[in-house]
Every structure is written in C-alpha cells, then in structure tokens.
Design a binder for this molecule. Structure first.
Ligand code: PMP
Length: 371
C-alpha cells in the first residue's frame, strides 16, 4: 500500500483542462476557445520573426548559461520597466521602481502575493468578478485574503462601473486592488480613460494600493504605450503601486516564462528595500530566473530595428484579432435571428470575448460541435 494513500486526486485545472479536452477531441471541425494563446490564420502557434532573429543573435554571440542574479538579467529589468512606464518617466530616472524578473506573469504575481503576505499581513486583495481563474489560486496559496469587486454587468454585457467603484469604496482602507492593465481577462471589457480617472480617485481616497496585472501590453490595441496608459495614469498621480508583467502574449514567449514584478515606491530608498525583500522571497523559492526569455526581450527592445519589427508584428497580431472579431460579429448577425445583441463582440478588446452564454449553452457548443 502506498504511503500516498492520503493524497486525493486534484480536480483538473478549469482552463488548462479545456486544452486537454481539445487535444483529446477527434472532430476535425474543432476550435480551441479555451486557453489564451494566439493562433495564425492557419490556426497554428506563432513564433515571432523578431524572436527568431534575437535567438540567432544570441547563438552568434555565444552567450553562456551562467546563473543570473536573483533579481534576473539587468538589461531585461531595465527595458521592462521602460516599456511599462516610458523610458523618460521620472520614476525610472529617480530610481523609484523596484524591478525583479519573474517566472512570467504568474510567477511575478505569486512573488508579489508572498510579499503582500509578509509585509501587509492584515491587508486583503480586491479582485474583479470575474477574473482570470488563477488569481484566486495565487492569493489562496500565498495565504493572502481576497474578496471580489463587481466588474461584469450581465445586463449590458459591459462594465458594472458603479458597482466596481462602490465595492472599492466599501473595502477596508489600505487594501490592494488588483486591476487588469488592459484587455481584461476573461471579459475583454476595459474601463474608459474617464472611468480609469475615477477609479484612481477612489483608490487614492481610500489609501488603497493598486496592483496591476499587465499580461497583454501592446497586444490589445497594437500599441505598447496605449495599452500601458492605465498604469501610467496612476503613476503620474504619484501613487505607489505594483505591476506584474508578462511577455507570454505580446512576444509569444509562453513557454519561456518571462515577466517581471515592479513596485513603484515614493522614494528610491524604499524601492531598494522592497527589491531586497523580493529577492529574499525568490531565493528559497526558485533561486534565480531563467535567462533565455530575458535575453530575447533585452535583445529585441535594445535594438532599434528589432524593436520596430516587434511593434509591426504586434500590430499584426492585434489587427488579426480585431478582424476575427469583426468576421465573427458579421456572421453571427447574419445567421442568428434570435434578436440577441452581438455588438459586445466588437466592443470587447483583446483575445477574450465574454459571451454571456450559460453553462448548458457552452456545454452544447463543446459537445455537439454545432453553434
Ligand atoms: N494574468 C492574466 C490576466 C492572464 O490572462 C495571464 C495569462 N493567461 C497571466 C496573467 C499569466 O500568464 P503567464 O504566466 O504566461 O505570463
């Protein structure tokens, strides 16, 4: 008898479980509407040309495989903060940002969660309802209490702005508010610039700490700057905040696990202390991060030609997503005579569309193969 008799079977991950079910399905008309990974017009995964070029450069240079420092590759940390805030941002010039390379978005969120648990043991994190499913797992495993704020309004298939603001207001002062920088997952519904201002107002009023999850910078609108405007707005107000970044989508580096956690502080002194503690948390967890993806990002952003090519490829991906939305909307509007308003397909942004379909409708789509 096994010593592991007491270990029960874990439930399948609800998101990655869809990928497994997709692989197992033999229907040749099948479409994967599960995990958020970009596909070409031919439904194939896409390795960006700039990534291949950067990798060739790296091979030619003969870069070694020595350990990185705990905080990651310096050249990567520099460019990732610059991409986020803009290279000329005062926060960077004043050394008020603590940046630590993380294991993509998830690992960076997890590191920040451990930091919150350690230094703000009484604080809770407010997360949107709904949100990316893994957010709850991350805070649960880090033993950080969380509660939800209203976000999605089923009546309008849009943002429940009043509910969101009311819930942020009602939370205990000094809570962390998890916000999706752009292209909210899973709804594809983002606040307008004016709504972002009002959200920043309440967060400031309540002395909360904003915590941005930026998993789609450049991938939503096609512009790196535009997709970072929510974060930059909060920073321009002089607020202290956290930002987790991911290069899974915008550079297609899903399996390279490259991202960062940034903490913007009100002084460079606080930033160095925060950084030292993030490193202290990382060391016994995974010691130091992988180098390959970090080098790709540093090479792409550090070279003007490659950087421009990346922007073009990003626009291409963002553009194709918009075209697919338009085509989906057009064909639904033509073929569906139920009177359902499908305009949300066009209004929502990024690779996700929240359909408002219920469970049995979704199951029917999955199983019958007919929409
Ligand atoms: N945050 C959000 C909102 C996401 O959608 C994702 C990817 N699905 C992530 C974080 C993390 O992805 P990764 O760990 O690959 O960077």
């Amino acid at each position: 008898v096994s010593r592991f008799e007491g270990v029960t079977m874990a439930p399948p991950d609800p998101i990655l479980g869809v990928s497994e079910a997709f692989k197992a399905d033999t229907n040749d008309m099948k479409l994967n509407l599960g995990v958020g990974a970009y596909r070409t017009e031919e439904l194939q995964p896409y390795v960006l040309n700039v990534v291949k070029k950067a990798e060739n450069l790296m091979l030619e240079k003969g870069d070694n495989k020595e350990y990185l420092p705990i905080e990651g590759l310096a050249a990567f940390n520099k460019v990732t903060a610059e991409l986020l805030l803009g290279a000329d941002n005062a926060v960077i010039q004043q050394g008020r940002i603590a940046t630590v390379q993380g294991l993509s978005g998830t690992g960076s969120l997890r590191l920040a969660a451990a930091f919150i648990q350690r230094y703000f043991p009484d604080a809770k994190v407010l997360i949107s309802s709904p949100t990316w499913g893994n957010h709850k797992n991350i805070f649960n495993d880090a033993r950080v209490p969380w509660s939800e704020y209203r976000y999605y309004d089923p009546r309008t298939v849009g943002l429940d702005f009043d509910g969101m603001v009311a819930d942020i207001k009602a939370a205990p002062d000094g809570s962390f508010v998890l916000l999706h920088g752009c292209a909210h997952n899973p709804t594809g519904i983002d606040p307008t610039p004016d709504q972002w201002e009002k959200i920043a107002d309440v967060i400031q009023e309540k002395n909360h700490i904003p915590f941005f999850d930026v998993a789609y910078q450049g991938f939503a609108s096609g512009s790196l700057d535009e997709d970072a405007s929510s974060v930059r707005l909060f920073v321009s107000r002089g607020m202290e905040l956290l930002v987790a970044q991911s290069y899974s989508k915008n550079l297609g580096l899903y399996a390279e696990r490259i991202g960062a956690i940034n903490v913007v502080c009100s002084s460079s002194d606080a930033a160095s202390r925060v950084k030292s503690q993030l490193k202290r948390i990382a060391r016994p967890m995974y010691s130091n991060p992988p180098v390959h993806g970090a080098r790709i990002v540093a090479n792409v952003v550090g070279d003007a030609t490659l950087f421009n090519e990346w922007k073009e490829e990003m626009e291409l991906m963002a553009g194709r997503i918009k075209t697919v939305r338009q085509r989906l909307f057009d064909s639904l509007s033509q073929k569906d005579d139920s009177g359902k308003d499908w305009s949300f397909v066009l209004k929502q942004i990024g690779m996700f569309s929240y359909t408002g379909l219920n469970k049995s409708q979704s199951d029917n789509m999955t199983k019958s193969g007919i929409l």
